[in-house]
Design a protein around this ligand. Structure first.
Ligand code: NAD
Ligand code: DAU
Length: 363
């Protein structure tokens, strides 16, 4: 059942008069890492837009991430599940959004290996339910926040183009790839206006400490071992979350309907090198690194070619990654209470489940 928590007046949300004022944007998953960064970004840049943050508040959703905007009359939070038709119907009936930016997802690969079913439900069924309501309500555009993981592991020096083969290797990636196909079908079959954005690994503030960078920082600050999967030579391309937000902004406003846009930073790091860099920044000992049993189906490398979004929409990264990473480290250092609150909840069970049985291979 939907529940409106920050009860700004829905009448305010309908009080619109010009093209710009007319944007009522349903942001799903806005209480998570990228969604909350995006809402702050969008509200800073377009103060007249009305934002409805629709989020189930799973373990990864945290309304504290949005404390800086919660009093803004153009922002409202609605608690609801994208995979529940009634919840989605209710939010459409109440707010009549004309744009959807769909972040809501189960987003962590390790969790998907433990329990794929919820990934299928939220990421695939949830996307289709939103698409159904977008069609019924003649939504102007649906933007699907996808991932570079849908292309699977890519050998050096290849980078995937938007029409490269989809070859996911873990349940999370498979669910995102399936969702992308349903978004494609919404365009091909029903003529819905859609875009898909496939971005690389994001770094920034408010990232839940199950993902590599906040695990490294949180553990190092607590003088705890840092689990590095396999030999640590897997490669990820890292982007600052604000550069991803800029790409979403450009696609929302100028993306050509039906198009997919890759977003990569050409900033590849071996995992172990990234861990060492962060430990150096924190003046922490490299002895904290523990090589542990590898992730099942662990993709060696992701890489996307972003020429299309650069050429068509003029996007480029604007944050130097080392600076962005240092800022991120400082953010976690100055938000120890934010990490602590998470560390003291359900997180402990999760951490045990993921790491306890991983045998240490070397140290
Ligand atoms: P996150 O796990 O931090 O946040 C996910 C949010 O979705 C949470 O607020 C959660 O409560 C909400 N949610 C989960 N299930 C829901 C449901 N059934 N109904 C409504 N809300 C629900 O995720 P994130 O890292 O911010 O990723 C956001 C999106 O970006 C995802 O679609 C992910 O696939 C994609 N993506 C992430 C990255 C990355 O590096 N983190 C990179 C590329 C793409
Ligand atoms: O590429 C985009 C994807 O990036 C997003 O679609 C996903 O939502 C997001 O979770 C992320 O997936 P990854 O699996 O790449 O991210 P993660 O932070 O989980 O892991 C990054 C790398 O670090 C990966 O090679 C696994 C490794 N790793 C991760 C953790 C959590 C470790 O070695 N140790 C760890 O404890």
């Amino acid at each position: 059942m939907t529940e409106r928590i920050n009860q700004n007046s829905s009448n305010n949300l309908m009080d619109v008069s010009s093209e710009d004022l007319n944007k009522i944007i349903l942001v799903t998953g806005g209480a998570g890492f990228i969604g909350s960064n995006f809402i702050r970004y969008l509200m800073g840049k377009y103060p007249k837009y009305k934002i409805i943050n629709f989020d189930k508040l799973t373990y990864a959703g945290n309304l504290n991430n949005l404390s800086s905007v919660e009093e803004n009359p153009n922002y409202v939070f609605v608690k609801g599940d994208v995979a529940d038709n009634r919840d989605v119907k209710n939010v459409f009936e109440e707010f009549n959004p004309n744009y959807i930016i769909h972040f809501a997802a189960e987003s962590h690969v390790d969790r998907s290996i433990l329990n794929p079913d919820i990934f299928l439900k939220t990421n695939v069924l949830g996307t289709q339910i939103l698409l159904n309501h977008a069609k019924e309500n003649n939504v102007n555009k649906f933007v699907q926040i996808s991932t570079d993981e849908v292309y699977g592991s890519i050998e050096k020096p290849i980078s995937c183009l938007e029409d490269s083969k989809i070859a996911p290797n873990n349940p999370y990636a498979a669910s995102k790839a399936a969702a992308d196909l349903f978004v494609r079908v919404a365009h091909q079959t029903y003529g819905q206006v859609v875009n898909i954005i496939r971005c690389c690994n994001n770094c920034g503030s408010f990232q839940f400490p199950e993902k590599l960078i906040p695990v490294i920082i949180g553990n190092a600050l607590n003088n705890k071992e840092i689990p590095v999967y396999g030999d640590g030579k897997n490669i990820r391309d890292w982007i600052h979350v604000d550069d991803h937000c800029k790409a979403i902004d450009l696609v929302l406003h100028n993306g050509k309907s039906g198009e997919i846009y890759n977003v990569g930073a050409d900033n590849e790091w071996q995992n172990v090198k990234l861990v060492e860099f962060i430990l150096d920044e924190l003046n922490a000992s490299k002895n904290l690194i523990k090589f542990v049993e590898d992730r099942k189906g662990h993709d060696l490398r992701y890489s996307v070619d972003s020429s299309k979004i650069k050429k068509e929409l003029g996007w480029k990264t604007s944050i130097d990654f080392d600076d962005g990473l240092k800022q991120t480290i400082n953010w976690y250092k100055s938000h120890l209470d934010w990490i602590e609150e998470i560390h003291s909840g359900e997180y402990l069970n999760y951490y045990d489940k993921i790491y306890k049985d991983r045998s240490v291979e070397t140290s």
